[in-house]
Design a protein around this ligand. Structure first.
Ligand SMILES: [Cu+2]
Length: 178
């Protein structure tokens, strides 16, 4: 008897959940605001191979670490951008882009998507800072802005290269840096 009751109860709960889900789905319809088609990822965007326009007065820079800094093997990096905006990858909006860090490498092709690998990191959610972990030694860091399709703007918006020294923190009292 008890089990029968709980079965009924469970069924009722499930029905309630389904109703709730339907209600939630129904509420999504009016959320499509007018003018939002520009944010659509692949529908009616022109199949343009051209690059997005940059701005000559846009300034991209690495706020930290600064050139010549000595850091530990795990360190924070923050990205500075002036006269330009940040938008997530996939969002095509004028005068915006998302950050990429080049680690120990340089970009040679500015008319195609920035590669995605350990030396080319994408911050496609619009992040403006990160933590990096690098082995001890000298490393170079550079920022490059990419448009909705990860292609550098024209003219490209790049930061100065900073050279840093990563040092293992020996004898650190911390068991783990994480
Ligand atoms: Cu990207």
């Amino acid at each position: 008897m008890l089990s029968r009751t709980s079965t009924l109860l469970a069924a009722g709960l499930a029905a309630g959940l389904i109703l709730a889900a339907d209600a939630a789905l129904g509420q999504e319809a009016p959320a499509a605001a007018p003018g939002s088609h520009a944010a659509h990822q692949d529908s009616d965007a022109p199949a343009s191979t051209g690059r997005s326009a940059g701005r000559k007065d846009a300034q991209l820079y690495i706020g930290w670490p600064t050139d010549g800094a000595v850091v530990g093997t795990r360190f924070k990096v923050w990205f500075g951008l002036r006269n330009f905006g940040v938008a997530p990858a996939g969002v095509a909006r004028d005068a915006t882009g998302h950050h990429h860090i080049l680690i120990d490498t340089k970009l040679t092709k500015f008319d195609e998507p920035i590669p995605s690998d350990k030396q080319h990191l994408h911050f496609g959610s619009g992040q403006t800072e990160t933590y990096l972990e690098l082995p001890p030694g000298r490393h170079t860091l550079q920022l490059v802005l990419g448009d909705a399709n990860h292609i550098p703007h024209d003219p490209p918006i790049v930061s100065k290269v900073v050279t840093i020294t990563v040092q293992a923190r020996r004898g650190s009292p911390q068991v783990s840096a994480r």
